[in-house]
Design a protein around this ligand. Structure first.
Ligand code: COA
Length: 192
């Protein structure tokens, strides 16, 4: 698969951009300010704080994977400020990509996760090989459920899943949209 787009502009100052190693200190700061809000739902928070060199290395690995046509890990920027992170992941089998997202506490309830997921869904479905996009969240994570619901994803199934983060109850809600159900818009254009 050709690499996913590394730059996705939205509206109202929103930009999704692939993390680069120079972002490591800013990413560390944003994660550090978000820890308690993320801890219930994001398993990787248990490893924080990550040493700067290790964070550099992780971003370099993300870049290698992306260049090889693998996962895309992006920052969410609003007027240049780090508002969160998001990505597209090859972990739901062939022809599918799964969206992940987190938003800094200073930027919550402004529609940013929904706008980011919309840009990511559109980018994913522009790839010839991708026919479906999914969002998975633990059933206890009601904030996360609002995102696929607002975007018109369908709740396909609820399946038992080993809890990985302290807020999870172990039921994975799996939402999906298929290419035929999606109204595409040009990549690089603000989403309307
Ligand atoms: C989930 C998360 C990314 C949502 O980010 P956000 O930018 O605030 O989301 P949006 O503003 O786009 O909200 C979309 C809808 O989700 C629902 N929602 C969002 N936050 C909510 C909350 N705290 N309680 C209830 N519903 C909520 C609402 O329906 C909302 O629409 P509305 O504001 O018009 O009512 C954010 O809460 C977060 O970072 N959580 C911790 C990390 C996480 O859980 N990531 C997802 C793991 S699967």
């Amino acid at each position: 698969m050709k690499p996913l787009p590394e730059y996705l502009p939205g509206e109202s100052g929103l930009v999704l951009r692939r993390w680069v190693t120079a972002d490591a200190p800013r990413l560390a700061q944003a994660v550090g300010e978000s820890l308690e809000h993320l801890r219930p739902w994001m398993p990787w928070v248990a490893q924080e704080p990550v040493p700067l060199a290790e964070r550099h290395q992780r971003i370099a690995t993300w870049e290698q994977d992306w260049r090889a046509g693998g996962d895309l890990v992006m920052g969410v920027f609003v007027d240049g400020a780090v508002a969160g992170g998001c990505g597209l992941h090859h972990r739901i089998g062939p022809k599918g990509l799964e969206i992940g997202y987190w938003i800094h506490p200073a930027f919550l309830r402004q529609g940013i996760a929904t706008a980011a997921a919309r840009l990511l869904t559109n980018a994913a479905l522009h790839q010839a090989e991708i026919t479906r996009v999914e969002i998975h969240h633990d059933k206890a994570n009601v904030a996360s459920a609002g995102v696929p619901l607002k975007l018109g994803f369908r709740l396909m199934r609820e399946v038992p899943d080993e809890p990985e983060a302290p807020g999870e109850i172990g039921i994975s809600c799996e939402w999906q949209v298929r290419r035929a159900e999606w109204a595409p818009f040009p990549i690089g254009s603000p989403a309307t």
